[in-house]
Design a binder for this molecule. Sequence first.
Ligand SMILES: *Cc1c(COP(=O)(O)O)cnc(C)c1O
Ligand code: SF4
Length: 351
Amino acid sequence: MKDSLRRYVKRGDISRLLTLTPEEEAWFDAAAEGPAPAPPFAANSYYLGLAGKKPGDPIRKQCVPTSNEFRVEPYEAPDPLFEKKFSPLPGLIHRYPNRVLFLVTDKCPVYCRHCFRRYFTGGASNQGGAKAIEEAAAFVAARVEITEVLLSGGDPLMLPDKALGAVFDSFRSARKSLLLRLCTRAPVTWPSRITPELISLCRQYRPIWVSTHFNHPVELTGEASDACGLFLDAGIPVVNQTVLLKGVNDNPEVLESLFTMLASLGVKPFYLFQGDLAPGTSHFRVPLLRSFDIVEALENRLSGLSLPVFALDLPGGGGKLRLFRESIVRRENGMFYIRNRGGRIFAYPDE
Ligand SMILES: *Cc1c(COP(=O)(O)O)cnc(C)c1O
Ligand code: SF4
């Protein structure tokens, strides 16, 4: 790899690049004293290189922790989507009949401060061993109704090609027709990971789709665009999921430009997510009514190709739901009550 990439995991590394704010210092102070809230800090020279020097910078906000993460609201839960309840085997989440999600690793090149899977990400679970992969593949092989496997984490591209190939191989052997969805933020946070070798590995195991996670137009650098282009040229479709994040992208102009740029690269804007109720993420949450305003502004400006589906993964395991104002059945005592497709009601804060 032509990589001069450096990984930063310590306060000392990053304070040479940026003058830390008191809120950022406070997070590192706490981390020095005991276990700070997960995920740990990790970033790299590529991603930090996109950050401006100002504290409000959208890249900096996504990767440099602050003491805001210590504030946990009563309605926030370590596992807001009840993934553990839907986990029949280590690392496997089976919430929808026709698809499963497999946690390949808990590691990522850059830990996003808004990560909703923080009960797991950057931990010490040693997820992804040969036994877990084998059992998950056997689970899929035994259930013909499962037609798609999401490979997620953490970031599966933290695995070396050989280990990743073994994961592909196990699921491909479970069923020839299985659709593999590689969920990775590497095109955004570590585009040099997308090498010709990786592409030829992925090609061998098609059908594969890549699902990535751009949140801001600044992330769409030449390198990031090229990384997406390599997948596309190899017949591997790329879709994008964006999380609405206060102070990062809660602005129709910013999102319009992001989605227009993605679509012209051939990357389909797939989901725009309202923030999940993960602990210590309230400073990122966009109030739901403001989110609807943003989405409606986008609907007026974007083509069908560029417009993602606005959705919320309902807290408490209600599943993903396309959100409309009409989804709200009640608003009282600081909460919205939202009806899912099955008719069950879930609460989401009215912040
Ligand atoms: C999001 C998710 C999926 C995929 O759902 P899509 O709507 O197809 O993107 C599958 N399994 C789990 C557990 C999920 O959280
Ligand atoms: S890349 Fe994904 S799993 Fe990793 S920290 Fe970011 S949001 Fe979480």
